[in-house]
Structures are given as C-alpha cells and as structure tokens.
Ligand binder design. Structure first.
Ligand code: A2R
Length: 315
C-alpha cells in the first residue's frame, strides 16, 4: 500500500509517520515544504519530496511518480493568527493547494482514498451554544483560516461528485502533544513552567486568562490512530468530527501541569488583559458518527499528554 502524507514535517505529520511505520506493508511517502528542515531517519530519502502544494506543476510531477493509494492531506497554513496577517497565503495553500492535489490525484490515481483535515473552527459556536457539537451544526467563517477550511471542504465535495476519488473529510477539535508550537496554550504553559524549574530564583507564577473555559483536548498519538482508522473505514463523502467527546477546563490543565512540575510552588493569577469577552465557555465534539465507523476511542488521558509534553520539553 502506497501512502502519501502531505505536510509530513508538521506537528501531526511527524506523529502520523511514527504510527504508520508500525505497519510493515506500508510504503510511506512524504511531501514537505522544506526538505532541509525535515530530518526523518525512518523514511528513505528517496521517498521524501520537496513539494509546494501551491505549485501545480510540482504537485502533478510528484503524484505521477508516486500514484498513492491513500493520502493524508495535512499540509496547510494552520494558524488562525497568521491567517489575519496573510489571508492570501492562507487561501492559496488551503484551497488552491488542496485543489491542485485533488486534481493531480484524479488524473494519476483516480480511486485513491484521501483524508482531508478541516477544523472545529468551522462551526458557528457562541458562548451559550449547546454542547456537544455535531457535524450538522451551523457553520461560519469567523476568520480567514476557517473560511479557507470551509472552502476546502466544499471544493472537495465537487471532486466527490465528479470523480472516483474517495474523500473522507474531518473536522478536528484541539489536539495536543510533544512537538506542538508554544503559540498554543498547553505547550505555552508547560514551557513557561519548565523555564521556571530551571530558574529557581524566578517567581513561579503564570499569568492566565479565563481558566473556566473548557475544551475537547485529544492527544496527537490518539488523533493519528483515529485518522488511520478513518482513512480505512470512513465513508467517502462523509464528514466526521474528530475529538475525545469530553471537555476539560484550563483550570484542570493548570492543576496537572502543577502536579507534574519539579517545583512545588507553582501558582497562577488571572491577568485581566488576557480575558476575552467573547470566550466560548465550552467546545466539545459529538463523536457518535466517528465512533460508529471506527470504534475508536482515545487511549491517552490529559495527564498522560501533559506529562509527555513536559518530559519531551525537558530533554
Ligand atoms: O509552513 P511550514 O514550513 O511549517 O510547513 C507546513 C506545511 N505547509 C506546506 N506544505 C506544502 N506546501 C505548502 N504551500 C505548505 N504550506 C505549509 O504543512 C507544515 O509542515 C504542514 C502543516 O503542519 P502544521 O502547521 O504543524 O499543522 P498540524 O497541526 O500538523 O495540522 C495538520 C492539519 C492541518 O490541515 C491543519 O489545518 C489541521 O490539521 O488542523
């Protein structure tokens, strides 16, 4: 089985390679934006391709060579913050890049199975929205990232209708794990606490926002196993929420970080500047549809994930 991962050097991509290499029958190929920044000893160099997915010629050439059976399309401009600074780049990568890939696949391997990753950002969620959020929930584009993912999903719908590609679409909720950038709240707090562990003279106090906010956090190791099951068993044309189905408060997160720290004087205080009037109090995935096709449920607890993140950061 030939498997292609786009965005293979990203947070999820690296963990997906780890999970897929356990299956010996898999021939794994990777698309990365910059080969120099991607050292993966597990993949033979000739299966790593430097491809900018916005470059249609580049995409066609490499898809013609590989002709994958399964594609995990993870390549994206994945930052909401950057989407405000550079909307055109976001649309170019997330829409044009995806269309380039699907076009090339439909030409060279027209019955490939493709897992497309969207986001919970696509849902119209307000502070008082009833939880959990099902796939039928109203959608909205509140930032350029979510609009790009809505468009990606809609464009894929046309390929589902008009080609033989088997496309399974995902809306992923928060995922966490080692290697995630510190622009996200959990790695941010973990890295601050670890720097406090190294600097015992520094006051061990984190400035935080609204810690009552609850989110559906899933360990990236569980996420990638879920993606593998969806790529195998998901129904083409369908859209699946991916999340744990359970929400935890940021206060819980802080308690777990505190428990796992080598310092016993970790405190936090609410910084008024970090409180946002529009904070959505809870975001939790309805995962009944996902479970009905995959039987998946997460193995790692929030404690496991935070312990892992902190251990890796200390190395
Ligand atoms: O920007 P870089 O150097 O970090 O590269 C990112 C890569 N990428 C591209 N690959 C090919 N052609 C492009 N024009 C292009 N632009 C960006 O996609 C990065 O290595 C990868 C995406 O990884 P992350 O940003 O770490 O996202 P993550 O968390 O792995 O999420 C995977 C998927 C994405 O579709 C998200 O939008 C969704 O799950 O949440």
């Amino acid at each position: 089985m030939k498997i292609l991962i786009t965005g293979a050097a990203g947070f999820v991509g690296r963990h997906l390679i780890d999970a897929l290499k356990c299956f010996k029958e898999n021939e794994i190929y990777a698309f990365v934006l910059n080969k120099n920044e991607f050292q993966n000893v597990e993949l033979p160099a000739e299966r790593i391709f430097q491809v900018d997915i916005t470059n249609i010629k580049n995409v066609y050439e490499k898809i013609e060579i590989i002709r994958p059976d399964i594609v995990y399309h993870l390549a994206a401009q994945s930052s909401v913050g950057l989407s405000w600074k550079n909307p055109a780049l976001t649309y170019n990568v997330n829409i044009t890049g995806t269309v380039n890939l699907l076009e090339a696949l439909s030409v060279y391997c027209n019955d490939a199975r493709v897992l497309l990753i969207g986001s919970a950002e696509q849902y119209d969620v307000k502070y008082d929205t009833e939880q959990p959020i099902a796939e039928s929930h109203k959608l909205v584009g509140n930032n350029h990232y979510s609009v790009s993912k809505l468009a990606q999903e809609a464009a894929a719908g046309l390929f589902i209708k008009n080609t033989d590609l088997q496309i399974i679409r995902v809306r992923a909720f928060n995922h966490i794990g080692a290697g995630q950038e510190t622009k996200f709240v959990i790695p941010d707090w973990c890295s601050q606490v670890i720097s406090m562990e190294k600097n015992l003279h520094k006051e061990a106090c984190l400035a935080v926002g609204n810690v009552k906010v609850r989110r559906d956090f899933t360990d990236v190791r569980d996420i990638v196993n879920c993606y593998i099951l969806l790529a195998q068993n998901g129904v083409s044309g369908e859209i699946y929420n991916v999340g744990s189905g359970v929400s935890r408060s940021l206060e819980d997160v802080l308690e777990i970080i505190k428990k796992n720290s080598t310092r016993n004087d970790i405190k936090w205080k609410v910084d008024e500047n970090k409180l946002r009037p529009t904070d959505i109090m809870e975001l939790r995935a309805d995962v009944r549809k996902l479970k009905s096709v995959t039987g998946w449920s997460p193995k790692y607890s929030l404690d496991d994930s935070i312990q892992w993140i902190m251990e890796e950061m200390r190395k």
